[in-house]
Design a protein around this ligand. Structure first.
Ligand code: GSH
Length: 208
């Protein structure tokens, strides 16, 4: 049994989608970020930077924080979505999501979606970076079905929930044909649909 410390954000969804994909038994413990629950001392014991997602694997008595590390752990445990002969490429795209795609789109959410009008500099900077991410992914996916080659991997699982916020990005996902195709293909996976709505509130994956 895996306990997932979760809040309904792209970083949280990466792990609920992965758990559905590998069909592991899991339960969700909600962490209310707006109420500061991430700063509680019990939670900080497993997530020292006070961030979701985190997991406890009760069977193996292991806890982990940082979504990339959690995805690698679950992939190795299940033997899925992290092929041993393709780890170098998967690692690069997973780290690209962790270090660039997620943090930069996250800043774009802050300036463009949550706080428009507060900083022209911030809005322009992260809008431009977000557009560049779309363009770079579009170019890459012209010659690759999935981010790390021919097969769906944890790199795709980590990136998908960020692109699923495309309405907030205001960039026009449909103009990016290869990225749209990748997005639609992943959107149709039953485990992705289930993991996206892991709180069972009827949340649907945004259509293009
Ligand atoms: N690099 C981290 C980022 C996690 C992260 O930024 N989590 C946010 C929610 S999406 C959070 O818990 N924020 C609460 C806070 O910083 O106080 C990961 O991939 O796990």
């Amino acid at each position: 049994m895996i306990e997932l410390f979760y809040s309904n954000t792209p970083n949280g969804k990466k792990i609920s989608i992965m758990l559905e994909e590998i069909n592991f038994d899991y339960k969700i413990t909600k962490v209310d970020l707006s109420n500061g629950e991430q700063f509680k001392s019990d939670f900080r014991k497993i997530s020292p930077l006070s961030k979701i997602p985190a997991i406890i694997d009760h069977k193996n008595n292991v806890s982990l924080f940082q979504s990339g590390a959690i995805l690698i752990y679950l992939a190795e445990l299940s033997g899925k979505f992290y092929d041993s002969d393709n780890k170098l490429l998967i690692n690069q795209w997973l780290m690209a999501q962790m270090g660039d795609i997620g943090p930069m789109l996250g800043q774009h959410h802050q300036f463009h979606h949550y706080n428009p009008g507060k900083s022209t500099f911030g809005e322009e900077r992260y809008f431009n970076i977000a557009k560049r991410i779309y363009k770079d992914l579009e170019e890459h996916l012209a010659s690759s079905n999935f981010l790390a080659g021919k097969k769906y991997s944890i790199a795709d699982i980590s990136t998908f929930p960020w692109i699923a916020r495309h309405e907030w990005h205001d960039i026009g996902l449909k103009k990016y044909k290869n990225l749209s195709k990748w997005y639609e293909l992943i959107s149709e996976r039953p485990a992705v649909i289930k993991g996206f709505d892991c709180l069972k509130s009827g949340e649907k994956i945004p259509k293009i």
